[in-house]
Design a protein around this ligand. Structure first.
Ligand code: TYM
Length: 325
């Protein structure tokens, strides 16, 4: 059975981009594969953060993942910092990673721009830790959004370099993209992201979801209600692509291209469908939030399972490196 691995930063609650780009695939893959999912708190250190908020951020993401359907009976869910082999393997992989390769990473370039006061070595080395996350479990499939594809190409190159230099240990991993791998922000400009302040988090109250969607950017050509629009240039239509059925999508396409409906009609329908889709998630989230011990037990049990695999891989790696014991 193939192994699936993926991770998410504990940067607060899961947003629509995370869900549509990655998490819904995490859930769907659980029956077919051995799935390992990780809250990558060590990755989160690369950005400036408030220490007193970190544990709440971890809780929120853990609860969201479980409420969305990550099932601890079928998958391993754990916190990266509870499995120290991640950083250990990262150090080994640093030695087969080209400096120039890391310089070319677009996320590094973007983040160096947005956090110019804190361009640290961790930020630069981030993709190597990500490669270590995946390779530690010899995962072959990695469900992610489009923004992570370049990091996965690098992880493949790193695995190849390791195998070439020290002998074969690691398989090559491949990204697994959803049908909505890139959700734009509500501003329609960049990708949806918590740090850019253009996201809708799943746990937001109904009123806030409706308000944010009502203000979401649409096809820029549709300035007046009477202007026809192009649904394929509209992020709201991308969201309909997942949350609405064929009839509704047909109604939107026809109405938008002929200016038969306004953006308000289209967005109201979308908000109804998003909220209906999230109904079961709201219920499960409330139950989990009231049962913190259960969530803690799940993360501890997950870390134990992950660590058993991670230790085996590191033993194999140390053997290949020729380290003295
Ligand atoms: P992160 O925490 O930024 O996002 C988690 C997952 O959500 C996807 N995603 C999106 N997909 C579509 N549209 C968007 N607007 C959007 N925003 C986020 C991301 O692609 C990701 O799949 N570096 C990773 C975490 C990581 C990881 C790993 C992933 C660490 N180690 C190993 C896979 C394998 C990150 O920061 O994701």
């Amino acid at each position: 059975m193939k192994t699936v691995f993926s991770g998410i930063q504990p940067s607060g609650e899961v947003h629509l981009g995370n869900y549509l780009g990655a998490i819904r695939n995490w859930v769907a893959l659980q029956d077919q594969y051995r799935c390992i999912y990780c809250l990558v708190d060590y990755h989160a250190l690369t950005q400036t953060y408030d220490v007193k908020d970190m544990s709440a951020r971890v809780w929120d993401v853990a609860i969201d993942l479980l409420a969305l359907g990550v099932d601890p009976e079928r998958s391993t869910l754990f916190l990266q910092s509870m499995v120290p082999e991640h950083t250990e393997l990262c150090w080994v992989l640093n030695n087969v990673t080209g400096f120039g390769d890391l310089e070319r990473m677009t996320q590094f370039k973007d983040k160096s721009g947005t956090q110019a006061d804190n361009i640290n070595v961790g930020l630069f080395d981030y993709p190597v830790l990500q490669a270590a996350d995946i390779l530690l479990y010899k995962a072959e499939l990695v469900p992610v959004g489009q923004d992570q594809v370049q990091h996965l190409e690098l992880a493949r190159r790193i695995a190849r370099s390791f195998n070439h230099r020290w002998g074969r240990v690691f398989p090559e991993c491949n990204p697994l993209l959803s049908s909505t791998p890139k959700i734009l922000g509500l501003d329609g400009q960049a990708k949806m992201s918590k740090s850019l302040g253009n996201s809708i988090t799943l746990s937001e109250p109904e009123k806030s979801v409706r308000k944010k969607l009502a203000r979401a950017a649409t096809d820029p050509a549709r300035v007046e209600r009477t202007d026809p629009g192009d649904p394929d240039k509209c992020n709201v239509f991308t969201l309909h692509g997942f949350f609405s059925d064929d009839d509704t999508r047909g109604w939107v396409r026809q109405g938008c291209t002929t200016a038969g409906i306004g953006c308000v009609d289209c967005k109201t329908k979308l908000a109804d469908n998003v909220l209906a889709h999230l109904g079961p998630y709201y219920e499960r989230r409330a139950a989990l939030a009231a049962d913190r011990d259960r969530v803690r037990d799940i993360l501890h049990a997950g870390a134990e399972k992950a660590r058993a695999v991670a230790r085996r891989t590191m033993d194999e790696v140390r053997g290949k490196l020729g380290l003295w014991r």
